[in-house]
Each structure stands twice: as C-alpha cells, then as structure tokens.
Design a protein. Sequence first.
Length: 265
Amino acid sequence: MDTDARFLFREGAERLWDRLADIKRSFAHTLDLDSRDPFLCKQLRTAGVDTIAADSMHIDLEALPFAPGSFDLVTSSLALHWVNDLPGTLLQIRQILKPDGLLLANLFAGETLDALRNALLEAESEVENGASPRVSPFADPRDLAGLLQRAGFALPVVDSDRLIVDYPDAWKLMRDLRAMGETNACALRHRHFTRRATLLRAAEIYQQRFGDEKGRIPATFEIVTLTAWAPHAMQPRALRPGGAATRLADALGTTERPAGDKATP
C-alpha cells in the first residue's frame, strides 16, 4: 500500500462514497463535517447533491451552527476521533438531521497505532523514568453503537476494518503522522519536546518487536464506520415480545414444551 502521508484520508473518503452507493435512496441536502480529503464532497456535488463542506477551521464541531432538521445526510471522514465530546456532537448531528436522515461517518478507533503507543510508552519509561500518553486515545468500537443509541439514533450499525501499512522504519511513520496532522493532542502529555534518546529507543523497540526480516515495520489503522438514522415513524422496529407471527418451534420443526419439562427420550 502506498505510504504517501495523506493516503489514508483518501482511503476513508472513498470508503464512505462506496457505502453511499449501496444505499438505494437520494439525498438533497448534505453536510460534510471536516472530512480530511475533498474526494467525498466532490463526488456528492458531481452527483448533483447540494453539499455544505464545514471544517473545524471555521466551525466548532462541538457546537454545530445549524438549525434542527436542516439536512437529510451528514457525512464525516476520519475527523470525529478528534472531538472531545463525541456523545454531544453525535446528539447535535441527530438534531440537525431531518426525520429518517442518515449519518454516515468513519473515524480512527480501537487498535489504531497500538504498536507505536506501546513502543513510545516503554521507551519513555526507560529513558526518562516515567511516561505520559504519547499517542492520542481512540474509542473502543464496541462502545460506539451505544453512543449512537444514547444520541437518539435509530438502526445504528458499527463495523470495523483494520489496515496494516508497512513503513521502512518508525521514523517514516512518525513523519507521516505529523504531515497528516495526527500527532498527539492529549491534555496529560508532557509539554516538553520528546528527547531524541527516547525516540531512538522507541524506534529500536518497534523494530525489534514488530519488524520483519527486511527491517520494515507494520502500523495498524483501525477505521470504524458509523451508519445510523434519525428516527422516523416508518422505519422498521423490533417486535414486542409475543408479537411474532410464527412460533420459533414451528420454524425449527420441534415441539414446544413449558419451562421445566424434560424431553422424552
């Protein structure tokens, strides 16, 4: 896979465009929130969709300046992992969507850069006799469906893909992260520049633990995609207990027995 510094942003945008192609409905008014590559916006506009591109340089992603029910589609590619109050932002997105409007977004989460995180923590502990967070934390994909439900979305779906990218060494990986604007923003990180000795030791640990016979190292990027809908009365709903038209026993071809009864040999 090409390791141009910003190739992952294009990858994320293309993945969302592919997802939209699988959804058999049209969208008239779309908001794209801070997608890190213009591909998605360009495709939407080429398809004739009225699209507003809003980036974090001009709006606060935690205080969205849009009226309720303004859009029937909100997209965001590889940006929401930078939001401090993700539950609050998801709630606001749900509010600015029209009924039955769609949120389609992806973000880095889960195991993203776990090897780099571990190497930096171990190196800093050895060299500086203490450690601080050196890689920003990422949401657990298992928690994101719950956040969508808490925000009032219907039919939430969360799925994850892991991309393994080979780099010639840890230095190239760290340079690319800086070029991508994906460096550490943890409030608890040390405020001084990382010592060169710490970085040298981290690169050595990374190569020793994860490098191949050619000295190249892998980096994991877990891209989690969120698909969820603003509630609408016509959406499918789960049946109430006892509301099924067909009994499970009939579907399985078995005999239903009251609880506690034993099967006859």
